[in-house]
Design a protein around this ligand. Sequence first.
Ligand code: ATP
Length: 463
Amino acid sequence: MTNDIDTMNKIVSFAKRRGFVFPSSEIYGGFGAVYDFGPYGTELAKNIREFWWKKMVQENDNIVGLDSSIFMSPKVWEASGHVGGFSDPLSECKQCHTRVRVDHLLEDIGVFADEKMTEGEINELLLENKEKLRCPKCGSSNFSEAKSFNLLVQSNLGNFTSDWNKEPTYLRGETCQGIYVNFKNVLDSTRVKVPFGIAQIGKAFRNEITARQFIFRKREFEQMEMQMFVHPDDAMDTYEKWREKRWQYYLEMGIKEENLKWHEHENLVFYAKAAWDIEYKFPFGFKELEGIHARGDYDLTQHAKYSGKKLEYRNPQTGEVFVPHVVETSVGLDRTFLAVLTDAYVEEKLEDGKSRTVLKLPANLAPIKIAVFPLMKNKPELVAKAREVFDELKMKYMCEFDDNGNVGKRYRRQDEIGTPYCITIDFDTLETGVVTVRDRDTMEQEKVNIKELPSYFRDIFDK
Ligand code: ATP
């Protein structure tokens, strides 16, 4: 597929038309950078979550799960540095009033703006490069002075005074803080021993300045994060191991390797030991999908300092007491969703000169695993038999029953949403008990006896 605006537009309209992603509150004109998953999107998102959980928690016996709250003590965000420093440089195009992130504009022309830069330093860069910078909407180079804009989303939870901003609480800006503050609880309540990890999937909220690029940059999004707590001497080995594991994860997920690449952060924050991103080739270019970071002991040390509680580990064998270092893997569910959709979306020319759109999703990610059709909907005996097959298979797999239109059209509909198999019940079935199973990718058809369907699909889906 070509990487351009057309492709992106195609994906956006396809996602809406086929019930994967809807703009939030659309009947009210939408709501910037907030989206809803439709019926098939909900299934795909669920399958991505399950795959991540399996690979991180189920398959690693030293990683446990957590589900911490979206609301946390405001102190958490002071300790983490988010209240003071979680900001992006915002500027406005003087011509058309589009808001832009100055660091992104600079990045587009190959100039790197460090996260630690002051407003003054960013403005110097803005001035120096003025002639080269262009507003993404109108093309003008006339921008207002950049201002730091904090990304934390405030709420008035628990604030019963009329002064709204007196004691702001926040919707969490990232899920990992819930992991750090539960480090001791997990240690005390389970049998984990360093090295161990805590994994969590959940919503995060950021007041993102620019609301572009569909679900790549949302204001309400979902993160899948794992924090590994390790001995300081083992941190870099563990880090390298997880870099490798996370790369393999995407290949196992079925993402094409040529659409992935590594990006090393050159300017690390002062506490970080290493930071690499896995980037995916989205229709708008290679962009961050996942961050893998060696964070030193910064997080536990900060929370120990602000809470006054010791966040250490005592080796039960040697008695050594130390503050574990953290190796983090952090990926957005929504960005994975977009990568998976982009990777799987194919427009194919067929031999008969016609074309079809097909989502070549791996079977475990497909929203619907099997579609069941009676050949004709006005033949009660065919419909009844098809219902029987459907009712049995749906107990194990997400299935869809479709009796609408001719079978060719039904195949196309299922191809578009990525259903790997379609079953057709015809008059032969009534006599012989044999159905036609059609494969999405090869479009080949096979005769299978109804009695053998459970083992036929078990071999495919339970691999
Ligand atoms: P970016 O530089 O693109 O803003 P980030 O470096 O701030 O991302 P992290 O704070 O490292 O992102 O968050 C970890 C992961 O969470 C990212 O790799 C990304 O997949 C996801 N993520 C972050 N912000 C968003 C967002 N606004 N919408 C969707 N996913 C996001």
